[in-house]
Design a protein around this ligand. Structure first.
Ligand SMILES: [Zn+2]
Length: 305
């Protein structure tokens, strides 16, 4: 087995300009994001010469944290709903301590509808244009945009384009200001997790900026079940990173669960049963522990097998 010296990794990361924070405060979530970024870059570099490989399912499934979220926006005036084409592929899900204490609550909060005011409703705006630009050819142009449900540009940019198109139609009588054609409505925005990751990573946002006290740490406990089920898949608590101390100073420790085949069960041919052991990593020290310190979790990992 190859033993990795942690100092080599830290030195390597410190060489990059992005890692200047290493000499000040070190944050496990930032470190996680940086490591992921580097792994992703390395993966892309290796395979940039081989496009078939890059497009293959096998390549895409290499990142266990990859997931997709889809955003749906529904106008409260015209009831029309449209999906944002942007499919995000973030690594960690936010676990908002003010709204969630369990994994189910955190997932529910991510997918909870929120009301947004003063949002440009593309459909209402198009209906407005339809009333103003009444020539046959103009109505056809507007209908084409109405029939498409996915746009990857913001509403104002598209409305500008449409008005330009409408203005050049022969016999046109109008010159509408695109800003005025953008009708602002109250909408309901909802995020859906469209593709679940193989490994869920939750980032518990414990360090927040308080309006009077500056950077403070939220000490609220989280309650983690050893398993949870979502989309008919069972996820098992597999690792945790905890922050000990306050917002100015402190220390990160990591807990990792390993699964060892139980000797007795393998003799009974019941190989599905696995014995689990938790290890605690604190700097360079790795020791066996009975239970992880889950209440103060900062990063939470759940795996599916
Ligand atoms: Zn609308």
């Amino acid at each position: 087995m190859e033993i990795i010296d942690v100092n080599d990794l830290i030195n390597l990361l410190s060489e990059d300009a992005d890692y200047s924070f290493f000499y000040q405060q070190q944050d496990s979530h930032e470190l996680f994001n940086m490591l992921m970024k580097h792994i992703e870059e390395a993966n892309n570099q290796i395979n940039s010469f081989d496009l078939t490989m890059l497009r293959s399912k096998q390549m895409k499934s290499k990142n266990p944290f990859l997931h997709h979220t889809k955003v749906q926006i529904k106008c409260n005036t015209c009831n029309y709903s449209f999906n944002s084409l942007k499919v995000e592929s973030n690594y960690a899900f936010y676990f908002h301590l003010n709204h969630a204490r369990t994994i189910q609550e955190a997932i529910d909060y991510i997918q909870q509808p929120e009301i947004i005011t003063e949002y440009i409703c593309f459909y209402c705006s198009l209906q407005f244009l339809r009333k103003k630009y009444t020539l046959n050819e103009q109505q056809k142009i507007i209908d084409q945009y109405l029939s498409n449900n996915n746009y990857d540009e913001d509403s104002l940019t598209i409305i500008k384009k449409i008005i330009e198109q409408l203005n050049v139609v022969k016999g046109n009588q109008f010159q509408i200001d695109p800003q005025k054609a953008c009708l602002k409505r109250t909408v309901t925005r909802q995020t859906h997790i469209a593709k679940y990751p193989k490994t869920f990573c939750f980032f518990v946002n414990r360090l927040i900026v308080h309006p009077y006290h500056g950077l403070i740490k939220l000490d609220h406990s989280v309650y983690l079940d050893s398993t949870f089920k979502v989309a008919e898949k069972e996820y098992i608590l597999s690792a945790l990173v905890c922050h000990i101390g306050d917002s100015n100073s402190g220390h990160y420790i990591a807990f990792k669960r390993t699964f060892a085949q139980d000797l007795e069960s393998s003799m009974n041919q019941n190989k599905s049963y696995k014995k689990c052991e938790w290890y605690i990593t604190s700097d360079k020290k790795v020791t066996l522990t009975k239970q992880p310190l889950q209440g103060q979790a900062y990063l939470i990992f759940y795996d599916t097998y």
